[in-house]
Design a protein around this ligand. Structure first.
Ligand code: FPP
Ligand code: MG
Length: 346
């Protein structure tokens, strides 16, 4: 094992899969539209009009809707669509996206991020107190949806939410004594990112009655895809054009987060690594000049090439995890999605 502005429209991820099966393409488009309707209904389901507007803000701003798409693709491995399933799958997709949006509100508070999905973050717009409560509200709303989907979904959601928070906390504490920074980093990204991506696949499979061994394979795929997603996100922090990514450049550096490319650049010998180390030793790089210099040092190091190699190896692991699944059109779509995530530019 080895170890996106205006955001694109929700359907652009499906378009990039270049699906050859028209039936699957249609089901995904309809499923995503239904999930979107549920997501917006549930988020805005509150008597106070301003709270409803604030709750919808980041959802309306966009996002790739990767997690809802994964829910729908996992559900494809279940029995043929039934009346019952047709309601449960979009609810499951909305549930996972709600947790994701909730975590973004909290993440933007933690990172002091000014933009998200190409618009001011909720914390920049209404302050940290509002953003924290919006995150709480969406998370709790997700919990209510989970309760309607059954005990197993509640359990899965609890496990994933705990991992999310644990990942964030471990990022804050840094590596334990004697733990390698790289091992620490991979544990953090598995918990803070892969947990939710894997949850999407588990929940989609569970609500659609997919056999347990197949749900397990889908979840394993999700764990690898999650790492690919986070590593490509870490690269985008310093290689992406903010106009395309919808986020400020160097935000991870500003927050003092040592992502994989940073760890790799620091492990090089020579004056550039030493300069980067000096710049980062004071913690968060709040000073804009220092941040720009750190981005330059990263861009001129071998970190990007080495991180891309690792990224590629996890992408291969993700595709391999699909090998025992039945050869339905969704399997090829999941394989294609790995390449899209690996090479994303936003
Ligand atoms: C983005 O990471 C953030 C996450 C993947 C998870 C954030 C989780 C929390 C804040 C814990 C709270 C959880 C819940 C369920 C409310 P990033 O900063 O590396 O990515 P970015 O570039 O998109 O900001
Ligand atoms: Mg962040």
């Amino acid at each position: 094992m080895t170890t996106l502005t205006a955001e694109p429209l929700p359907d652009s991820l499906v378009a990039r899969l270049a699906l050859t099966d028209q039936g699957l393409a249609d089901r995904l488009q309809h499923g995503l539209a239904d999930a979107e309707t549920r997501l917006r209904e549930v988020a805005a389901d509150v008597p106070n009009a301003l709270v409803a507007e604030w709750s919808r803000y980041l959802i309306d701003a966009g996002g790739k809707r990767l997690r809802p798409l994964l829910v729908l693709l996992a559900a494809e491995f279940g029995a043929a669509a039934s009346e019952d399933r047709s309601d449960r799958v979009p609810d499951a997709a909305a549930l996972v996206e709600l947790i994701h949006v909730a975590s973004l509100h909290h993440d933007d508070v933690m990172d002091g991020a000014l933009t998200r999905h190409g618009v001011p973050s909720a914390s920049a717009r209404w302050g940290n107190r509002a953003a924290v409560q919006l995150g709480n509200r969406l998370l709790i709303r997700a919990g209510r949806l989970a309760a309607d989907l059954g005990d197993e979904v509640v359990r899965l959601q609890g496990v994933a939410a705990e991992r999310l928070v644990r990942g964030q906390l471990r990022e804050l504490t840094g590596a334990a004594a004697g733990e390698s920074p790289l091992t620490h980093h991979f544990t953090v990204i598995a918990d803070k990112t892969a947990s939710l991506i894997s949850l999407a696949l588990r929940v989609g499979g569970t609500v659609a009655g997919v056999p347990v061994p197949a749900v397990r394979a889908l979840a394993e795929y999700g764990e690898y895809l999650g790492i690919v997603f986070q590593l490509s996100d870490d690269l985008l922090d310093f290689v992406a054009d903010p106009a395309e990514s919808g986020k400020d450049a160097g935000i991870d550096l500003a927050a003092g987060v040592r992502t994989l490319p940073v760890l790799l650049a620091l492990s090089e010998d020579g004056p550039r690594a030493a300069e980067l180390s000096r710049l980062l030793e004071g913690g968060p790089l709040v000073d804009e000049g220092g941040r720009r210099r750190a981005v330059e040092l990263l861009r001129s190091s071998t970190a990007e090439a080495r991180a891309r190699e690792l990224l590629h190896s996890y992408a291969t692991d993700a595709r391999d995890a699909l090998s025992d699944l039945p050869d339905v059109p969704a399997r090829a779509a999941l394989a294609a999605l790995v390449g899209v995530v690996e090479h994303r530019t936003s």
